[in-house]
Design a protein around this ligand. Structure first.
Ligand SMILES: [Mn+2]
Length: 251
């Protein structure tokens, strides 16, 4: 598995500036590749991310470290074009990121872009840890059939919640996993743009992350929205543990 730095925060709508600094800190001491960001040009940056991701995913699996969540749109597009069969997208995030749909896509609407472009079928998308949703997003997710496992459900249902994920894994052939660090509780991940209380604790996350990696079906992952400028050190350390955990699976 390749580790790839994507140090762009151009899709953050000025709400999480600083997350471009995260890859250098999270990947420090590790061997990694890098997407060349086109400073001040969001569209060219998206194109560079897409091209580099496609080149890598044609022959390898990869974990992309961002950056803000808008990078995932180009990454999932590259995943779509380099995979076949039944694809699934599993997103760990406090938010559904379906606020609106205009290009270039921001970190608030990239999931909607994935659905509208048909990169992954809506019913094969599962959002985990959601706990802050606009009414329009709720309607959209319902209409499209996107699966949602809210933070409350993860905490209340435990094994049952895990079974829902296992069901999706069983039905899928190739999986993309996107991790927005704000899925975690602010007490363990304070270094990010939008803090939402009642987030997942580390154990709840790994209970769900492990079966994904165990399945051997995960071909690409990303880890986004870590902001060292807002951190007290905890968030970057948590991100490093996630990278190490995934890297040990030798996907
Ligand atoms: Mn989020």
């Amino acid at each position: 598995m390749k580790l790839v730095s994507v140090s762009s925060d151009q899709g953050n709508l000025d709400k999480n500036k600083g997350c471009s600094l995260a890859p250098a800190q999270i990947l420090k001491g590790k061997e990694f590749e890098e997407v060349q960001i086109v400073s001040g040009n969001f569209e060219e940056t998206d194109e560079a991310i897409y091209k580099k991701a496609k080149e890598i995913l044609e022959k390898d699996t990869a974990l992309f470290v961002g950056g803000d969540h808008s990078i995932s749109y180009s990454l999932v597009k590259a995943f779509f074009e380099t995979s076949k069969g039944k694809r699934a997208l599993v997103v760990f995030d406090a938010h559904p990121d379906c606020v609106q749909f205009f290009k270039p896509l921001s970190h608030e609407d990239w999931v909607q872009g994935v659905v509208e472009e048909g990169f992954v079928e809506a019913e094969n998308i599962m959002l985990i840890g959601v706990r802050k949703t606009h009414e329009l997003e709720r309607d959209y997710l319902k209409k499209k059939g996107v699966k949602v496992l809210s933070s409350v459900e993860v905490k209340a249902e435990g094994e049952q919640a895990k079974d829902k994920l296992l069901e999706l894994i069983a039905l899928s052939e190739e999986i993309y996993v996107s991790i927005d660090i704000d899925v975690f509780d602010p007490s363990i991940a304070p270094g990010t743009g939008y803090l939402e209380k009642n987030g997942l604790v580390e154990q709840e996350f790994f209970e769900l992350f492990k079966p994904l990696l165990d399945s051997g079906k995960v071909r690409a992952l990303d880890l986004v929205e870590v902001n060292p400028e807002k951190d007290n050190g905890k968030t970057v350390e948590l991100a490093k543990r996630i990278v190490d955990f995934a890297n040990n699976f030798k996907l």
